[in-house]
Design a protein around this ligand. Sequence first.
Ligand code: OMP
Length: 234
Amino acid sequence: MKEQIRIPSKENDKLVLKVTPGHFSSDRFHVNYYIDMSSLKMRQSEAKLVAKVMAEKYVRKVKINAHLKGYNFENLIETGANRTPVDTIICMDGCEVIGAYLAEELTAGGFPSNNKHKSFYVITPEFDNTGQMVVRNNIQPMIKGKNVLVVLATAMSGHTISKAIGTILAHGGKVTGLSVIFANVDRVDEYPVYGVFTHEDLPNFKLSDPHHCEDCEAGIPLDAVVNSYGYQML
Ligand SMILES: O=C(O)c1cc(=O)[nH]c(=O)n1[C@@H]1O[C@H](COP(=O)(O)O)[C@@H](O)[C@H]1O
């Protein structure tokens, strides 16, 4: 593994994506960067910042300049425009802390919620051993007829998000947002994917079929196995 590179977010330079170049394998792909999201998901202050940047895609803000008694004020105020209601936030890849802060950010933005309790549901879905999302009877009312926002760590090919969309729609929910920390794709099933970081921040990110991986063909050994929990050196 090579030395870690730190990529600051264009939206907020206090947010940094840590990536390590190398040759990595997940259960489906080979990738040329390990993207370390541990602190973005698990350090309170960083998770809160991630949520703040995610919320900005759903709460329109405008910058105002005001002059009062010789002082200049610059502030961000929310406009009512283009707000979509959110009732339920589905969190995957260990993004529950971000999800809870996102609920807070959306509440602070005066986000409308259709829920009886005027509060958000923050759900971690269950998966069966075939990788299908299971929606138990007690969870179904949190999706049926609800506006659902999906939060996860990465959209690599978009397959996981596509499965989530299918499950939400099948249970009578409406997909109102897809937010990820790193987006390698811009859209999934015609829905826009909002990434705090995107492939534009990491332009030479390469996702390969393990059977057609240039690094494997060049005889470069694998450094580690990666998944949403982290990495395991080989
Ligand atoms: O399994 C992976 O490929 C993977 C590697 C990695 O470094 N980080 C990571 O989040 N993942 C998983 O990849 C999924 C997204 O990939 P796609 O389903 O191809 O969009 C995430 O939901 C994670 O479970």
